[in-house]
Every structure is written in structure tokens, then in C-alpha cells.
Design a protein. Structure first.
Lengths: 464, 126
């Protein structure tokens, strides 16, 4: 379906949906959905020589592309910083960027043990959405969504953010009812969500198998039009380049081996490149969070599990949206290179190996082929895994700790990529001000004494 | 794919088993005497080592019995398989058991029957 017809179709679905759900709610939602007063920091780069534009492209072409600047410096660690972020993935780099851009903390560093964005940031299936059930979840993921919208301009970097829609399929009467409740909760939070009938789904996704006799028939679905994908590597690179532009040191191939304390206060970090003194440490290392926590004598309720994903060989465009299914536990989209990008749930055992067992993708592909028979003759091109830090309530941890100056941002489990800008923005605020804002407050570590967010586990959208 | 030697049925594919997570978590017998913070140690907090991990597994598609495995979470190498209710025998397994923070938690102490209850300092030596 070409772009023009697709837009027209989306508008038609939206109008039909609004008519069904009472047009008044739609208007309220649209007003709430407008980006209000989020402090996004500096827009664009300060160093205009590095700025990307059609003019810089033309100028560089005239000089045989000899003059392109390095996107970020390969910094060596200074003896001391005002703050150090451990973890050079999307969340860590975003945190550093917002610390510099919003809070004017530029004497900071990002420490990464491997290569920038080489962890889960480079291993996810790039899905972005904010259609969560719980109010606390809606707040943080929608905060991220508002930052995604306009992020390419903020960072002056093409992150290939594509709001192609995220459609979640319902396969049973029970799922239809649960979906209806979810959609209402999402809309009451001012976030877009529309229910589609099977006929509308077939028009929206021509390759879907709508046969009512298959094991998991398609009985309906709900669509977040503003959801979609972005190029995961580009998000890391974009944040790195913009943070570096503000003077943030990005230090790769540097592993943290210990956390230095004086009493209950952080005084620095021990690394493979020596001691670095600092009063504030933000840990953003996903699957390795427990390893860092143990260095500080802190406990976390996290289990590190393998999360696998795969891509098919590249083919011509056949899918221009993101499809998710809870019952069959599969999510699929098509990258701009033409590869079908597929993922499922975590393996059942703990692992730091960045690989899982074959039955997980095998079961996922069986379901994918039933739902999209056209996939059956495709070859798998590449398959990999990451280490996801899962929490008992499928919700992240954004928290101070018992140690002054030590902050943790982890527990995003299988759903971290979509939150990247929101996570960094809110964590930077927590580190800079030493107190959580309204969005971060529910995610404090002490919530496990009350079980505040436990019900989100059943509602997170995809089973963990 | 892990191949797991069920102590009762023999070697089987991982698919036949369910994983029960961290092993040796004893339920507090007098949970009303624990604070919410200490009860959270039992209910939510888990060991998550990069290295030797003691897990409980169940042969769901076979004999349906539970047993314990000492497994390395970085290499997936299975060091030891030992019965439910027993403690690990291997050196690495015994180290993993005794070094686990849970041994010193109030929830674990509350799991001991009153007749066997020892004070916190002697339980730390276990």
C-alpha cells in the first residue's frame, strides 16, 4: 500500500474508530497528546562545523568527502568527573546527553566496557510504542514517545524514526475483552489507541492469514498509530555524537572493576584504565546490573535472561507496520533493508552468554509462518541474543540507593529500547537533582516491599 | 539447547524441563514476624550471578520431579545435578551456596524451625 493510500486509510480507520468510541474522547486525547513542556535541552549541535545538512553534504561532496568530522572523540579518562555513567548503550548515552543538555553537567563521562551500543541497544527488534495499561507505565513510555517525536532534530542525526504503527492482535474472546479494557485505559491517559476489526486488519496487513480455522485465529486487534520503529544503532550514535559535542567524554573498552566508597558515599570507580574519582555514579548496564550492584553491596530483584532475535534475508516490501501477538508470542516488522525482523520471549533460564536455545525461535517461527504464510520460504540470515534484566513486575528500576551518589537505571527487561529517550531524560533528572520526578518516583527500588507494580506484569503487552 | 541429565529418567532435551529459578529459597515459617523489607527478600529479590548459579529444575514432560542444578550462567556448563532437599557437593556449588547473601537474610533465618533456630552470627558461618 503506497504512502498516500496508507495515510488515507489510517485517517479513515481513525474516524471510524472515533465514531465508535465517542468523538468527544478523541478530541480530549488529541489535546493531551500534544507535546507540552518537556525540557528537551539544546536542539542541534553546538559545533556548527559538525552539523549535518543538505548544505554540508553538498559542500563535502565538492571536497571529495575528505572533510567529514569524527562523530565522537575517543576520549581517555580524566582523573575526576562531576558524574560518571556506567554503560554506553542507548539509555546510558541518552542519560549523559540530557545531563549535559538539560542540566548543564558537561564534566561527565560515559564508561563502556565493550563498544558503544554493543549490548542490548544493538540487539533489539527496534519496536517503539507507549500503549501500556498501568498509569505509571503509560507515563514513562509516553514521555519517551514525545521525546522520540523530534529526536532526530534534537540530535541532528537520522535515527530513521518511523511511526508506521504497532498493531497487537487478539486471538480469543478473552483477549478481545482484555484488549477493550486496555484500549480504554490507554485512551484515558491521553495516548492514541484504536480497535480494529478483522476486516480492517486484513486491509491494513494484506499478508496476514485471516483463516478462522488456524490454531490462533485473528479476531481483532488494537493499533497505536504513533508507534513504530527506529534504527537502534543510529540512536546510540546520535546520542553519542550530540553528547560528545557538549564535551562529554565517551570512554570505550574500559571495564568497571569496583566502586569506591567512603562510608555510605560514592567517591569513585575502579576501572581497567585506572581509578576515576566522582561523586555521582549512574549504573545503566542492563543485564550486568547485578554484577555492578554486588560491587556496591546492593541487592536487586533482577534475573538476567537471554532474549533472542533474528532477521530473514532481505526481500521487497511486504509489511509496512509492526505486528505483535501475545498468544503466539511473536513480534515482526520489516527493516528498511528489507529484512523481516522477528522476536519472541526470553529463554527460561538465567544467562550472561548473549545466546539462547533453539526451541524459542523455532516455536516463534512456527507461529509466524501460520500467521504470515508468505514467510515460509524465507531463509534466516542472522540470529543473535542479548542479556535482558527482567524484574518480577516487568517494570524498570529508576532509583537512588542506600549509597549516596549511586543511582541505578535497569530492569527494563524485554522492553527497554522503546523507552530510550524517556529513560535517559528521567534518569538524568534523578542524578542531577538527587530526587525522582513524578514519572520516575513509582520505579524506586523500595516498591518491592509493597508490590506496587506487580499487576503490570500481566499487562505489559508481551509476556515476559 | 541444554541437555539435562534428569536424576530419575536420564539425559533429556531442555524442552522437557521447566526452570524454577534460584534454588534453596526457604519459605519463612513465621512471615508475620518479618518486616515487609525482609519479606521482599524472600518474595522478590533473587541471586543473579555471572558464574555458578544454583537453580531448581523440574522434569515436567517426564517424571515431573524437582531437582537442583549448579550451572555456569556465562558458559551454560552444568557442573552438578543434585536432589531436591540436598546441598551441592562440588566445591564451586558449595561456595555458591555459602556466599549467597540469602544465607544471612532475616527471611532465611525465619525459615528455620524454632527448635533449630540459631542466632545470626552462627548462621553466617554456614
Amino acid at each position: 500500500m503506497d504512502a498516500g493510500r496508507k495515510t488515507a486509510k489510517l485517517v479513515q480507520i481513525k474516524n471510524q474508530s472515533a465514531a465508535r468510541h465517542d468523538g468527544k474522547i478523541s478530541k480530549v486525547n488529541e489535546k493531551k497528546m500534544a507535546s507540552t513542556d518537556i525540557d528537551r535541552g539544546v536542539r542541534g549541535l553546538r559545533d556548527r562545523k559538525k552539523h549535518y545538512s543538505i548544505f554540508s553534504l553538498a559542500r563535502q561532496a565538492g571536497e571529495y568527502h575528505q572533510g567529514w568530522q569524527q562523530a565522537w572523540r575517543h576520549a581517555e579518562p580524566k582523573p575526576e568527573y562531576d558524574a560518571v555513567i556506567i554503560g554506553g548503550g542507548g539509555h546510558g548515552l541518552a542519560t549523559a546527553y540530557y545531563l549535559a543538555s538539560v542540566h548543564n553537567m558537561t564534566n561527565i563521562a560515559v564508561i563502556e566496557k565493550g563498544w558503544l551500543g554493543g549490548g542490548n541497544t544493538g540487539r533489539n527488534t527496534t519496536i517503539i510504542r507507549s500503549n501500556y495499561l498501568w498509569d505509571e507505565s503509560a507515563a514513562i513510555y509516553e514521555h519517551a514517545m514525545k521525546l522520540w517525536e523530534g529526536l532526530a532534530q534534537d540530535l541532528n542525526f537520522n535515527i530513521m524514526f518511523s511511526q508506521r504503527g504497532v498493531l497487537t492482535i487478539a486471538h480469543s474472546e478473552h483477549e478481545l475483552k482484555e484488549m477493550s479494557r486496555r484500549v480504554h485505559a490507554i485512551r484515558l491517559n491521553g495516548i492514541d489507541s484504536d480497535i480494529l476489526s478483522p476486516e480492517e486488519i486484513k486491509e491494513f496487513v494484506p499478508i496476514m492469514n485471516m483463516d478462522s480455522t488456524i490454531r490462533y485465529p485473528v479476531m481483532g486487534g488494537f493499533l497505536q498509530k504513533r508507534g513504530g520503529t527506529a534504527r537502534h544503532d543510529a540512536v546510540a550514535w546520535g546520542y553519542a555524537r550530540a553528547a560528545d559535542d557538549m564535551g562529554v567524554d565517551i570512554i570505550q573498552n574500559c571495564e568497571v572493576t569496583g566502586l569506591r566508597r567512603q562510608g555510605r558515599k560514592i567517591t569513585g570507580i575502579e576501572t581497567t584504565k585506572g581509578l576515576i574519582k566522582t561523586r555521582k555514579v549512574g549504573c545503566v548496564v542492563a543485564g550486568h546490573s547485578s554484577v555492578l550492584a554486588e560491587m556496591a553491596g546492593i541487592r536487586l530483584p533482577i534475573a538476567s535472561r537471554p532474549l533472542q532475535a533474528l532477521v530473514s534475508e532481505p526481500i521487497k516490501p511486504i509489511l509496512d507496520t509492526v505486528i505483535m501477538s501475545n498468544a503466539v508470542h511473536m513480534y515482526i516488522s520489516q527493516s528498511d533493508k528489507g529484512e523481516m525482523v522477528l522476536g519472541a520471549g526470553v529463554d527460561k533460564y538465567n544467562s550472561y552468554a548473549q545466546r539462547g536455545s533453539f526451541p524459542v525461535p523455532e516455536h516463534m517461527l512456527a507461529a509466524a509462518v501460520e500467521l504470515f504464510p508468505v514467510l515460509s520460504r524465507l531463509r534466516m540470515l542472522r540470529h543473535w541474543g542479548g542479556i535482558v534484566d527482567t524484574c518480577p513486575d516487568a517494570s524498570p528500576i529508576l532509583s537512588r540507593t542506600d549509597i549516596e551518589g549511586l543511582y541505578f537505571n535497569c530492569g527494563w527487561g524485554t522492553g527497554g529500547f522503546k523507552a530510550t529517550p524517556g529513560s535517559g531524560h528521567v534518569f538524568a533528572d534523578l542524578i542531577a537533582n538527587d530526587r525522582p520526578n513524578d514519572i520516575a518516583a513509582p520505579y524506586a527500588l523500595n516498591r518491592f516491599e509493597t508490590g506496587l507494580l506487580i499487576d503490570e506484569h500481566g499487562a505489559a503487552g508481551v509476556a515476559h | 539447547m541444554l541437555e539435562i541429565k534428569c536424576p530419575y529418567c536420564g539425559p533429556r532435551d531442555e524442552e522437557e524441563f521447566s526452570c524454577g529459578g534460584e534454588a534453596h529459597i526457604a519459605r519463612p515459617l513465621s512471615e508475620n514476624s518479618l518486616s515487609d523489607k525482609d519479606f521482599a527478600d524472600y518474595l522478590f529479590y533473587r541471586d543473579n550471578p555471572k558464574g555458578v548459579f544454583l537453580e531448581r529444575w523440574r522434569h515436567t514432560a517426564g517424571c515431573r520431579r524437582w531437582f537442583n542444578i549448579a550451572r555456569d550462567t556465562l558458559t551454560h556448563h552444568i557442573l552438578e545435578i543434585y536432589p531436591m532437599g540436598a546441598k551441592p557437593a562440588s566445591k564451586a556449588g558449595r561456595t555458591a551456596y555459602s556466599k549467597n547473601w540469602r544465607r544471612n537474610s532475616q527471611a532465611e533465618i525465619a525459615a528455620q524451625p524454632a527448635s533449630q533456630k540459631t542466632d545470626k552470627t552462627s548462621s553466617a558461618k554456614r
